[in-house]
Design a protein around this ligand. Sequence first.
Ligand SMILES: Cc1ncc(COP(=O)(O)O)c(C=O)c1O
Length: 437
Amino acid sequence: MSRLAILGGEPVRQRPFPHWPQHTEADARRLQQVLESGNWGGYPFPNTLADEFSRQFAAFHGARYGCAVANGTIALVAALQAGGIRFGDEVIVPAYTWDGTAAAVLFAGGVPVFADIDPDTYCLDVEQVRQAVTPRTRAVIPVHLAMRFVDMDALLAVAAQHRLAVIEDCAHAHGGQYNGRGAGSMGDAGCFSFQSSKLMTAGEGGAVITSRLDLFELVQSCANCGRASATDQFGRRVVGSNYRITEFQAALLLGQLERLPELAARRARHAALLTAALAAIPGVRPLPAQPALTRDTIYNYVFQYRPEDQAVSRDLFVAALDAEGIPCDGRFYEAVYRSDLFPARADDFPQLKLDRDRPVDYRECRCPVAERAAYEESVWLPQFLLLGDEQDIQDIARAVAKVMTARAELAQAAPGLAGLKGMSRADRPRFERERNY
Ligand SMILES: Cc1ncc(COP(=O)(O)O)c(C=O)c1O
């Protein structure tokens, strides 16, 4: 086996992986039409393409109503506001997710309560949710993370028992199905992101889908400065804001939705090949299959780094794999309560001290499974690695095997070699820009 690239050897791969995002001639034509129409914004609301996209997107996931908005974080805020979250209400969120899931709860006036995750799916552990419920709990946000779904049947039962609103965070799950039901259609509402790394993207963007007309009307009002929704059957009035999406974004998203099934199938096919290849490499473990997944959606391919000893950290393993020409990450997410992107204190968010003897102090949180995933075990491969050919998949597996085989040699190297991969996420952007990530 040749010398590791991180130690100066030849990388397994120098060829780039497929580019993301991808666009077509039809996208260019639609954008040109919007440009020439002069009808660019989100007002009058919902504007033509935004409305068309919202309807198609909701129907594709099996929900009655859809409302495209400016981004995924604001989609969560609108769904929480519409779902009745009031100042000081507790909302259970997974400890392992993008920080924005929890930040949205703060922005809506709620108190995020972190629950630990399942070690095989990295999604909310429903038993931990049950234990986190208090008399103040009003909602739960299951995040369908990376390539797996929360055990929704069990979660919906807990939610029904305690009368909790269920707001699905589907930022990773476009087009996925759990026991035949579409992502975002199982709870009270489902929220999506179309930020540039996502499975559908317009650079930025988001959507809320729901089958509850009362909730839909409130989401529309929240997103459109408090104006009445077109149906306005419930006649509720809110102080809203401008969360509207532009016609340019909607034009792109119509094309993205058309191509989603084909791209999802390609990713799923390649993910299955990768899973088979990784299963044969000692010290790494693919996530176990989840039979309830009736349609795969793979935002990042995630596997577990589980060597027999701790001689080489996960961060160093990831840095070595990256140097072999395989873009990957370990600290893609952190345990949110430990993340420097989540410095939530009661001075800034007074709901954290409302009617409490002591303010909520996130430094006291402990979710061991989330921490193991975040700091020791998870390896994240971006979805575009699965959009090429079978040779790409073989290269990934060869690179993983090469690094695992050379761990003794790697262990001799300075741990500082983990570099960017071991760095706090708040500090990363300027280094990422320098490396043109
Ligand atoms: C799980 C999760 N939730 C919420 C969001 C927020 O989406 P956005 O970045 O569009 O605000 C993201 C994406 O960044 C995400 O990955």
